[in-house]
Design a protein around this ligand. Structure first.
Ligand code: GDP
Ligand code: MG
Length: 162
């Protein structure tokens, strides 16, 4: 069985875009509307030294009622079945309380976490990374999923954790 990597984060940070890059597919629904991915979505990444399953999840919003509660449950199932979680955050939004809440949830799971600071295209990468350094995640990496930038470094961080 292939190891599993879960993509986790608030809505609209670029999880589905990253999923598409990793799986080289257009399977995941990428939308400008936040919260469009309501259930888990699986693909296989074969870009690294070793293949693994990627799970795209709906975003955790912190407003876990109704549909969002179902999404949050799906996210927790994805975390539970994964070997590594990639927490995707939005460099343009900066460090938000919801990001921290999701990180706390991941830490409770005990799974290794890689922090992907996405959308660094066109902004000051060093400033963005410095802000997210406050999270204290050893593997904190810049990413521009929409431009497939930083993906090799992300793979290099994830693969040894599998
Ligand atoms: P999800 O809700 O976390 O799955 O986010 P999506 O992958 O659906 O992306 C949300 C929006 O962010 C879309 O409009 C994407 O085109 C945009 N986006 C994703 N990655 C990047 C990136 O690296 N740079 C920029 N500028 N926009 C991005
Ligand atoms: Mg999505």
């Amino acid at each position: 069985m292939l190891p599993v990597v879960a993509l986790v984060g608030r809505p609209n940070v670029g999880k589905s875009t990253l999923f598409n890059v990793l799986t080289r597919s257009r399977d995941a629904l990428v939308a400008d509307l936040p919260g469009v991915t309501r259930d888990r979505h699986y693909g296989v990444c074969r870009s690294g030294a070793r293949p693994f399953v990627v799970v795209d999840t709906g975003g955790l919003t912190g407003e876990e009622q109704g549909l969002d509660a179902l999404t949050a449950q799906q996210v927790r199932l994805a975390i539970a079945e994964s070997s590594v979680a990639v927490l995707v955050v939005d460099a343009r939004d900066g460090l938000l309380p919801q990001d921290r809440a999701i990180l706390d949830e991941l830490r409770r799971s005990g799974k290794p976490v890689v922090l992907a600071v996405n959308k660094i295209d066109g902004i000051d990468e060093h400033a963005a990374l410095a802000e997210f350094a406050a999270f204290g995640v050893a593997a904190t990496l810049p990413l521009a999923a929409a431009h497939a930038r930083g993906v090799d470094a992300l793979l290099a961080a994830v693969l040894p954790l599998l």
